[in-house]
Design a protein around this ligand. Structure first.
Ligand code: FDA
Length: 309
């Protein structure tokens, strides 16, 4: 019940000011965010990769409404990629980007501005032997994001996409993307979507996840299983066995701070396991989506407001 309220709050500027300025918020945020800037995030990447995990880094930010901030996002990613390469981490660390932070939502020509800003990021990633994955945001952005993906894949075929199983359209998108060299992260979906475009019942979302997973594993591309759900992980492993895929021809992905023991267990069992590591000062939207996903996270957050803490 609370999930939709929190998702609505994730886009409220007033709530952003209240939550972001509350001193008690910080320790809870730290569970999910690897720091306000690159230096602590890099320490996290070093620790994760040293323990056999792979990483995708997200410089936090979304819903940018002016060109200068969109360019600043591009510059932050260019700096991130140079830093990863300089530290010898580019082999195990890629980056995830939200096109709304690159200008996609700007009223005049947002799509083209986002493409123009993200292209140099894909180029630099390629030069350093790593990749970019385009996160997927709310359903109004899917066509634009997949079109940017097609453009980038011309020169950088390893550019990754994200598909959300809660959207009715996703099986078709999965079929279109299950092609040689195509990297697709399948997730359940984290935004508040209307019943006209998305399943509302969690069981339906799960069933749709399995259908799309099957398409991706049976296809020619590189499936990236973005889920903490033990059932989805078990099904992915069954599909890998059934389709004769060895570890490394697909991978698992989980978010930083969530089911960390399971992340290690999968890596130790020989699976490729990638951790999505968000960092940066603009953590509010990301943080609220994590609270919305799980009532226990919200309870943990609210307890931190209790007197004496
Ligand atoms: P589900 O929500 O059913 O949870 C299954 C189990 O996982 C829970 O019972 C619990 O044990 C654990 N768990 C799940 N969420 C938790 C949380 N927040 N805190 C603690 N435990 C939790 N979405 C999107 O719309 N666009 C995107 O680009 C991405 N990108 C992305 C990358 C990666 C690497 C991951 C793992 C996820 C995303 N997502 C996303 C988020 C995704 O859509 C979804 O909201 C979350 O992954 C939660 O769904 P699960 O599949 O984990 O299952």
């Amino acid at each position: 019940m609370l999930g939709p309220v929190l998702l609505a709050a994730s886009r409220s500027d007033r709530m952003r000011r209240v939550v972001a300025s509350a001193p008690v918020t910080r320790p809870v945020v730290q569970r999910f965010i690897a720091g306000d800037d690159l230096a602590p995030a890099l320490d996290t990447v070093r620790a994760l990769t040293a323990s056999g995990l792979h990483v995708t880094l997200d410089h936090l930010g979304e819903d940018v409404t002016d060109r200068a901030t969109a360019q600043a996002t591009r510059d932050a990613y260019l700096k991130l990629l140079e830093t990863l390469a300089g530290a010898g981490l580019a082999e195990r660390a890629e980056v995830s980007v939200k096109l709304s932070a690159f200008g996609q939502a700007l009223p005049d020509g947002g799509h083209d501005i986002a493409l123009e800003n993200v292209r140099p990021v894909a180029e630099l990633a390629g030069e350093h032997g790593t990749t970019v994955t385009l996160d997927m945001e709310d359903h109004t952005t899917v066509d634009s994001t997949l079109s940017v993906l097609r453009e980038l894949r011309r020169e950088h075929p390893g550019t990754g996409a994200v598909l959300q199983s809660y959207l009715f359209r996703t099986e078709d998108d999965a079929r279109a993307l299950a092609v040689e060299g195509s990297r697709v992260r399948l997730v359940k979906g984290a935004y508040k979507e209307p019943g006209s475009v998305a399943f509302q019942d969690r069981r339906e979302v799960d069933r749709a996840y399995v259908r799309a997973l099957r398409i991706l594993f049976e296809g020619e591309g590189y499936p990236m299983v973005g889920s903490h759900d033990p059932r989805m992980i078990a099904i992915a492993q069954e599909l890998a066995a059934r389709t004769g895929r060895a570890p490394g021809t697909y991978e698992f992905q989980m978010l930083y701070g969530i089911r960390t023991a399971e992340q290690r267990r999968l890596a130790e069992a020989g699976e490729r396991m990638r951790v999505y590591v968000p960092y940066g000062a603009d953590w509010y939207g990301y943080f609220m989506r994590r609270l919305a996903e799980r009532p226990a996270n919200l309870a943990f957050f609210l307890r931190s407001f209790a007197p004496g803490r």
